[in-house]
Structure formats: C-alpha cells, structure tokens
Design a protein. Sequence first.
Length: 304
Amino acid sequence: MNATANRKHKDSVFTALFDDNEKLLSLYNAITGSELPLDTPVKIATLDSVLFMDRQNDIAFVINGKLVILIEHQSSINANMPFRLLIYIARVYEKLVDKNSVYRSKLLKIPKPDFIVLYNGTDPFPDEKLLRLSDAFMDAPEVASGLGGFLELEVRVVNINEGRNEDVLKKCKTLSGYAHFIGKAREYLEMGYDLKAALTKAINDCIEEGILVDFLKKHSSEVLNMLTAEWNIEDAKKVWLEEGREEGREEGLEEGVISNIVKLICRKLSKKKTREQIIDELDLDESEIKILDNISDYTEYLSA
C-alpha cells in the first residue's frame, strides 16, 4: 500500500513529508536505532476517522506484518498521549484483524505495538521523556494491591527541535530538514517578521540551502497555508484557554473541571464548530456556556 494515503487522513506538513514507505522506515530507524532495510514491506494503517474527541492520528503503519508503529507529531506538551494512543491502537487492531477471530479458541497473533511522539514545540522539554498510561490511574485503595489484571502503555516522547537529539536527526534526512525548516521560520518570527513572511523566507532559504527542495518547490503554497493555519490555531488556543479559565473561576468551578471543559471547547473551536454545535455536542450547562461565551475572539476566528 502506498504511503501517500497519509494525506487523506490529516492535512499537515509533517504527515505530507513522510509520504512514502522508505521515508517511514528511515524515520523509524532513526528514532529507534533499528537498521531495517528500506525495502522492508510496509502497510499503512493510519486512521481516517477516530470517534473520540474528534481526533485523527498522524501516522500508523505495520512493518513486515509484525510491528505496528503509531507516531504522533506534537507542538504542545500533552500528558494524555498514552490514553489517546490506547484509543488509537485499539482502532488500528480492529482494522488489521478479522473481527470474528477474537472469539475463536486459538491464540490470535497480532503485531507488536510501538508508540512514539515527536515534539517540536517552543516550551522547554527534555531530549526524551517516557509517558505511562498508569500515571493517569486514580488511586483505588479499596482494591488490594497485586490482585487483578494490569493495563500499561508507554509512549516515548522525542524532542525533534533543531539542536536536540542530533544523532536522531542525522539518521533521517527528511526529519532533519523538517526541524531545520521549522527552526528557520521561528528564527524569523523572533526577528519580527509576520507569520506569512517568516514562513515564506524559511521556504526560500531551505530551497537555496538544498533542504527539502523537491517537497518545498512542489508544495510551497500548501506548506504556507497548512503551517499558517496550524500556528494561528495554536496562538488562538492559548488565548481561549486563559479566558475560559478566568470565566470558570468566576463561576466557582473547580480547577480540574475548568481545565477539562476549556480543552474540550478549544478542540471544537479548532474545528470551526458553531456556538450551537458546541453547546449541543458537549451538552454544556449554563456555567459552561458562559465559559464559551467569554472566549472573546472565537467568533472572529470562525468567520476567518
């Protein structure tokens, strides 16, 4: 199966870059230190629809029928990635196996999963960090320790900003080029360029330097549009989160409740849902509607 199917699933520069099997294998080899031949059979398993908080996953593929890889690209730190990837891997397995086979007595062999998050945001973050699903479990003192089953999922988070994990970046030319391009764009933003000008200059610089040349020449307008949309929504979310939290505090809600409802509202806003759709889909009560209405610029964003 050709990896260009990725473009159907999520409109982002990152997923568009890794648009063939060799690039996916090169990426996996660089992150894990593996030495899989670039002609190793790969089957794309990226989800085109995830019925959980309106999310889609970035990249999922199966190597040689034995290893299923889920890779997420994040520009903000998210401690809930193990839980999200638990949802994703269950859906991926549903795609890979015969649904009736789980009811047969013979043991069903499934590809071993590997979970990776590639982080390139601006907030401070170490070169690597391991996130565990078990960190989210509530204490349950009524359950005796050591009894019953146990569920765990570990996610390796790798910082791919330029200048971090250089050994990983050196092993994957596409990933290194992406890190350099994003670094260039941020450099121009810090110099005072507006977003469009910073991205345009970064595109031109990379082409002149021989970095991601074919991709940027062919898709420069798409890259400009995709990153403008991605970075604008990140800026908008920061405003929405703070304004929503302020209203929630005025309503006397607990901080945990505020944080959860504001994040859910932000996800809906990022998909340009209307006020009525958000209220209906999240079943907001009166105090939560006030949080939504306190987000001052969301109507302007929806009309953009």
